[in-house]
Design a protein around this ligand. Structure first.
Ligand SMILES: Cc1cc2nc3c(=O)[nH]c(=O)nc-3n(C[C@H](O)[C@H](O)[C@H](O)COP(=O)(O)O)c2cc1C
Ligand code: SF4
Ligand code: SF4
Length: 442
């Protein structure tokens, strides 16, 4: 069986599954329960300055039948006394010496940083995570994302931390920034041992139409929250990839966070460069037991691919994540409808006619659509809307012998100078006559 253990920037963990700093890591009770269930590590709910929370604190996007497809919170860092948290960190480490307990921290001054680092080291934490991410509440006080959005300030604070830290330091980044490499690089230049991302996205998930206020409504008013859960995974993956590909950052271990809830999500983050993962919303939604599916699925994937450790495939997809200009313009796919599976729902016809390239027709006297090959640009839309699994497949039509990228054309001095370029897909491509849209009137 594959070995799931990791050494993440010096933090040892029996597996790469960590709970992110959030309500599931609010107490020693929860963390011990999670370790019993199979989690390898936990980042303690952020410790720092004294705070007071409001009620209520959470809201979500329920997309069709899916509850909590996106989740938001306006909670601050821990409101439990620091001494209680420190005592419980020590207790957890006594019971679970081989699991990873990481203390998430957020304070303001250099003296406060130095003091709290000593405190958590004395309590026995295996690592520290610097919370430069919260986009609500704490940032109004100059902490959280207020630091994460200012690379120069972030670097200075990382340097303060590195002056005294005896245990590995992970810098947790905010995604509320246009170019994630800027804070990532600043953290690396400040000396951080590792990076983690993403924290939550500044957002408003919806409005109460009677209160005229954003959710969650607190006595008639609301504020922007921090958005997370399955809805944010694509953006988190992109940001992890950006850091993992950067020449000055790629040697720094990355802990991937954002919308992870099953083994497949875990594998995707690892393939894009993460060597540990952290989970919050899914643990809040379904409880700690989800780690069992993650572990079984990851082990089966590694077994099938012949990987012994996760380091055998960390970043393995990165060479295939390229720029648009390197894609082969000679590659050609078209949609194919499996008539035996089709239930005649028309969704593909409507999508292609209204939203794509008018390449599907429904022959008279039937409900089963067919693709007009020469009109199909291979955009995928019909296969995405089709409710029947594998009913519409995208079939390769080129023979693979030709390769031409935009970059190659540019290098050969052969970029289009007119709209008549033979390679322009739109040239001479069928579009109906505008008046055809009015045919139904007659
Ligand atoms: C209710 C709630 C509270 C959170 N509190 C913290 C926190 O104290 N410190 C921190 O670094 N991140 C905090 N986070 C962010 C999570 O650690 C994580 O970065 C984010 O939720 C994305 O992961 P997910 O999509 O798995 O939820 C919180 C998230 C939620 C939902
Ligand atoms: S792939 Fe796009 S263009 Fe082709 S049939 Fe489907 S929706 Fe139409
Ligand atoms: S969307 Fe799928 S099931 Fe519906 S008509 Fe098109 S091919 Fe058939």
């Amino acid at each position: 069986m594959a070995d799931l253990s990791i050494d993440f920037a010096g933090i040892k963990s029996p597996n790469p599954f960590w709970l992110a700093s959030a309500p599931p890591t609010n107490s020693g009770y929860q963390i011990m329960k999670a370790f019993e269930a199979g989690w390898g590590g936990a980042v303690w709910k952020t410790l720092g300055v004294p705070v007071i929370n409001v009620s209520s604190r959470y809201a979500s996007i329920n997309y069709r039948d899916t509850r909590m497809a996106g989740f938001t919170n306006i909670e601050l860092i821990t409101d439990r006394p620091l001494a209680d948290n420190l005592r419980e960190i020590s207790e957890v480490k006594k019971y679970f010496p081989d699991h990873a307990v990481i203390a998430s921290l957020m304070v303001e001054t250099k003296e406060q940083w130095h003091q709290i680092i000593k405190d958590v080291e004395n309590a026995g934490a295996d690592g520290i995570e610097l919370n430069f991410g919260c986009p609500h509440g704490m940032c109004e006080r100059g902490m959280g994302s207020a630091v994460g959005q200012e690379p120069a300030v972030l670097k200075t604070i990382v340097e303060w931390v590195m002056e005294v830290a005896q245990i590995p330091v992970i810098t947790k980044l905010t995604p509320n920034i246009s170019h994630i490499v800027d804070p990532g690089l600043a953290a690396v230049q400040g000396g951080t041992d590792a990076l983690s991302l993403v924290n939550t996205f500044k957002s408003i998930v919806g409005l109460d139409l009677d209160a005229y206020a954003p959710y969650p409504v607190v006595d008639g008013k609301g504020t922007n929250g921090g958005y997370c859960g399955p809805a944010v995974k694509p953006i988190a993956l992109e940001m992890v990839k950006e850091l993992a590909k950067h020449p000055e950052i790629q040697k720094t271990p990355i802990s991937g966070i954002g919308g992870i809830e099953n083994w497949r999500d875990v594998v995707e983050f690892i393939l894009l460069g993460a060597s540990s993962v952290q989970v919050c919303t899914a643990a809040m939604h379904y409880g700690f037991g989800i780690v069992r599916e993650m572990e079984a699925g990851l082990l089966q994937f590694m077994d099938e691919k012949g990987y012994n450790t996760i380091y055998d495939f960390v970043g393995k997809a990165l060479p295939n994540v390229t720029e648009w200009k390197h894609l082969n313009m000679k590659h050609k796919v078209v949609a194919e409808i499996n008539k035996d599976k089709c239930i005649g729902c028309d969704l593909c016809y409507i999508a292609c006619d209204d939203g794509a390239h008018q390449a599907i027709r429904i022959p008279d006297g039937t409900r089963i659509p067919e693709v007009i090959d020469e009109n199909c640009v291979g955009c995928n839309l019909c296969s995405l809307v089709c409710p029947v699994e594998e009913c519409i497949t995208m079939e390769k039509r080129d023979d693979g012998s030709q390769h031409l990228t935009w970059d190659e054309r540019t290098a050969a001095g052969n970029i289009p100078t007119t709209f008549n370029d033979d390679l322009a897909g739109g040239k001479g491509h069928y579009v109906p006559d505008p008046a055809d849209a009015l045919k139904h009137r007659s």
